[in-house]
Design a protein around this ligand. Structure first.
Ligand code: ATP
Ligand code: MG
Length: 456
């Protein structure tokens, strides 16, 4: 079935997009981006290169974002200088990244400017599905413009003259709120299927409408994403989920048919109605944090997205006779292994996810010395945030995170009082009464541990 689909999609070979003619040169009084709005580090990189006779422009997302009045996340510079020439100019603050296609990271204080040499879209190296494997042929600025994905991303800003060089009517498209692909969308998706995810993410983030020509083939070609290396997919998913518009992005992915059978994580998110409330809350919560400039950790987000699955598996293992803690750890491994087949969650993030999950049952234990140990745990705060999310979703009583908040901030006397109060949700109290399990976010009974929690 998948083979058939792939064959259908891969009938056309990659062709070169022809370079265009003269670009529009838009002066500052028409576009409004003043030098002062641009990162001084990016300007410094451009002017240093220009002083040596190279062409250098701020390019891509930063200019697009400034045009619509947003603060750019990061800055990219495109230049006629080769990576070696760039490095020679910036010496110790520059590092060449990548082996086949080299870019240079120029560090300036806390900022890293990504400097890439103009490239042509002429790679002959593709895999059997037409995906471009090496995109490493240097070219002219005009060629560099047409190898970019969307017209709004092919804008070059010269900080010296404050002019925007626009090869593909990107400024006009942005004004018309259109996300238009450069070249034939089917060919561009085949070259790099991640462009489908980028289309959805950028449209959601910028409030643009994907041009019908770029939108139409997505449903058909979604299957190509199976062919993309997992690490790349993970990076893109991370960008999507941490964009501050995760709810909108996921909604649009679903509309475009991009969520199915491709990423187990998304299947989990979208295909399990019982888990949805918790997951949507987690996404809303993340969007809110991004928008209010609060830190967001990928570990927390993925832990939340996968939590309903983990609790379901946890329950299954317990029903099969495994003790609560080993059952939880088995469930954690099951879920992370499933994800690993498609989504390369980095080891560090997987560690963070596990930490958060493993802390959860420890919040049930509100007697003896355990609470003192838990509040000293380096991940207590993140674990507590996670607990709050569970309470907000209705999986546990709000009384539990409230109790921990009070306990963490109380003086010694008050802590003793809190411990003696044996609150109603407490594990010990539960043992004394009839064993009745609370409902969880997934609608299943939560596997609250009856053995002492594992010490960190
Ligand atoms: P953001 O930084 O907001 O995620 P961006 O468009 O800047 O969005 P980057 O990944 O920083 O995304 O890429 C910088 C530029 O490189 C883009 O604006 C685009 O011109 C080009 N680019 C990035 N990915 C691709 C791609 N898959 N195909 C073609 N061009 C791309
Ligand atoms: Mg960018």
């Amino acid at each position: 079935m998948i083979r058939k689909l792939l064959r259908k999609v891969f009938t056309r070979r990659t062709v070169k997009t022809p370079p265009t003619g003269e670009p529009a040169r838009i002066p500052v009084d028409q576009h409004g981006i003043r030098r002062e709005q641009v990162s001084p580090a990016a300007i410094k990189v451009c002017t240093t290169l220009q002083e040596r006779g190279y062409q250098a422009y701020v390019v891509g997302g930063a200019i697009r974002d400034l045009l619509i009045g947003r603060e750019p996340k990061d800055y990219d510079v495109a230049t006629s200088a080769t990576p070696e020439e760039v490095r020679a100019l910036f010496r110790r603050s520059a590092r060449i990244i990548g082996r086949r296609f080299k870019i240079v990271h120029v560090m300036s204080g806390p900022e890293t400017i990504e400097v890439s040499t103009f490239r042509a879209n002429q790679s002959s190296e593709t895999d059997s599905h037409g995906r471009v494997l090496a995109d490493n042929i240097y070219g002219t600025q005009a060629e560099d413009a047409v190898r970019r994905d969307f017209t709004v991303n092919a804008l070059y800003y010269d900080p010296t003259t404050e002019t925007i060089v626009d090869y593909r009517h990107g400024v006009a498209d942005l004004r018309q709120k259109t996300l238009r692909m450069i070249g034939d969308p089917r060919i561009r998706y085949r070259e790099d299927p991640v462009r489908m995810l980028r289309a959805v993410r950028l449209a959601a983030k910028l409030g643009l409408v994907i041009d019908p020509a770029a939108r139409a083939p997505i449903r058909d070609m979604a299957v190509l994403l199976e062919n993309v290396p997992t690490a790349r997919l993970f990076d893109e998913m991370l960008k999507l989920l941490m964009s501050g518009n995760a709810v909108r992005c996921i909604g649009q992915l679903r509309e475009e048919g991009l969520h199915h059978g491709l990423l187990p994580l998304l299947d989990v998110i979208l295909d399990q109605p019982v888990g949805e409330r918790f997951i949507w809350l987690a996404l809303e919560n993340t969007d809110e944090r991004v928008r209010t400039d609060k830190p967001v950790s990928p570990g927390f987000l993925f832990a939340a997205l996968l939590w309903p699955e983990v609790t379901r598996k946890w329950k299954e293992h317990q029903a099969a006779g495994v003790a609560p803690y080993p059952a939880l750890f088995e469930a954690m491994d099951d879920i992370l292994d499933t994800q690993a087949t498609r989504l390369a969650i980095t080891r560090r993030i997987a560690g963070d996810i596990k930490d958060l999950w493993a802390l959860q049952p420890r919040f049930d234990k509100r007697t003896g010395k355990m609470p003192y140990r838990l509040i000293e745990h380096p991940r207590f705060r993140a674990g507590w945030d996670f607990l709050c999310l569970r309470a907000e979703a209705g999986g546990i009583s709000q009384e539990i995170p409230d109790w921990w908040d009070r306990f963490a901030h109380a003086g010694h006397g008050e802590r003793d009082e809190l411990l003696n109060a044996t609150p109603p949700g407490d594990a010990t109290a539960r043992r004394k009464r009839r064993r009745r399990k609370p409902r969880t976010e997934t609608g299943a009974a939560e596997g609250a541990p009856e053995t002492p929690p594992i010490a960190s």
